[in-house]
Design a protein around this ligand. Structure first.
Ligand code: ADP
Ligand code: GN1
Ligand code: MG
Length: 371
């Protein structure tokens, strides 16, 4: 679909003159565009997103969540003397005051562009990963003060791995586009590990692990890292802020960041679980998340990494079997390649689980001793 971006941008409170709009970033869900405008002081850039309303069926409620969370963040950042335009995702409101606008039949939103920072696809320097851990840890800490009853649950059962497994099995059975025969090895890999799916869901249900307001999509490319200092500037991609578990947030970061290769790498020899980076992230996360994290959560953090990687693998494989209808793809077979990288990482993490648990325990003990 081609949009007339100039008229889309005109619907928002942007005073500078429109110059151009081009596709931007590597998100799998929304369509993201970099908008360049010309103001009196020079170029001003914005992020324009065509919201995925096939997935987010209630855009009003989704955008109300984002408005509430960004306003909450901005006021906390101002209280501590920070710069809210840089340290938080900042919505540019539509001319009618709404946090998004429907133009040319599609829902759009605009954010200020966070300048001088990068959303990395892989860790370039360990300090960036440590910083991202601190950012997501502090974000979770901040959200603990946020009134969860105000939030709409955008995608129920988002990290309910039991439900994810059912969806996966349905996709295998339906075999909508005739691809199942060719991926029997991957299907078997997933099935042979299906018993892990209930481990966190059951603990959340019994209350052993607390349900918290979490980010739920904590990959490295959802945090902006300063180009000069490598410090984390802002957590972005707030679409999935919902009740969840710290184990999911921690685990999803590990899934993505502890792999030196791309998420869709075809050469599986390049895909490995990096235990040193695991330690780096666990250290940053535990030092920032605060003393509210419970021993039961700490005990499941390492397992959360395995679970999130497995979950993402079965989601990619299910999407491949359904004909690539959920995750954005740019080439044939991409979702299968993504599933394969996740399963390679699952196998690697299984080998390292004892060490991963030990690292978390040791760092948690150190943190408590320092408090
Ligand atoms: P998706 O939901 O599709 O993942 P994101 O909101 O994560 O979309 O945005 C996709 C990419 O666009 C990010 O990974 C980042 O590179 C870039 N991006 C998003 N918001 C901003 C922003 N405010 N400033 C600069 N870059 C941004
Ligand atoms: C999607 O939107 P993005 O690209 O940041 C997905 C995540 C997956 C991730 C895999 C709303 O994240 O759940 O873990 O792809 N987001 C949604 O890379 O489904
Ligand atoms: Mg994203």
């Amino acid at each position: 679909m081609q949009y007339d971006f100039e008229s889309v941008v005109r619907e928002f409170c942007i005073e500078e003159a429109f110059v151009s709009a081009e596709p931007y970033g590597e998100g799998h869900i929304n369509q993201t565009f970099l908008v360049r405008t010309q103001g009196r002081g020079g170029e001003v850039r914005y992020i324009l997103q065509r919201i995925n309303d096939r997935l987010f069926t209630n855009v009003e409620k989704l955008m109300n969540n984002i408005r509430l969370v960004t306003e909450f963040n901005r006021s906390r950042i101002m209280e501590r003397g920070g710069n809210p335009d840089r340290e938080s995702l900042s919505l540019v409101y539509a001319r009618d005051g709404a946090p998004f606008a429907r133009v040319q039949g599609a829902p759009f939103r605009v954010y200020r562009f966070i300048e001088g920072a990068t959303a990395y696809q892989t860790v370039q320097r360990p300090v960036q990963f440590y910083e991202s851990a601190r950012a997501f840890g502090s974000f979770a800490n901040l959200l603990a003060q946020f009134d969860a009853s105000q939030l709409y649950e955008v995608l129920p059962d988002f990290h309910n791995t039991v439900v994810r497994l059912e969806n996966f099995r349905r996709a295998v059975k339906a075999d909508a586009v005739g691809r199942a025969a060719q991926v029997q090895a991957e299907i078997e890999f997933a099935e042979s590990r299906s018993s892990i799916c209930g481990q966190i869901v059951s603990r959340l249900a019994s209350g052993e692990i607390p349900s918290r307001v979490t980010h739920n999509d904590t990959k490295l490319n959802n945090v902006m890292i300063d180009d000069q200092t490598d410090r984390a500037v802002a957590v972005i991609d707030l679409d999935t802020i919902m009740p969840g578990s710290l184990c999911y947030d921690f685990g999803d970061s590990i899934r993505f960041g502890c792999n030196p290769a791309a998420e869709d790498e075809r050469d599986l020899n390049k895909v490995n679980f990096d235990l040193d980076l695991f330690r780096v992230y666990a250290d940053g996360y535990l030092s920032a998340v605060g003393s509210g994290i419970t021993p039961a959560e700490v005990e499941q953090l390492a397992f959360g990494a395995l679970l999130m990687t497995y979950e993402c693998g079965i989601r990619f494989l299910a999407d491949y079997l359904e004909g690539d209808v959920y995750f954005r793809t740019s080439r044939p077979g991409q979702n299968l390649d993504r599933a394969r990288t996740q399963f390679k990482l699952v196998a690697d993490m299984e080998q390292h689980m004892g060490q991963m648990k030990q690292i978390v325990e040791e760092l948690y003990r150190n943190c408590r001793a320092g408090q």
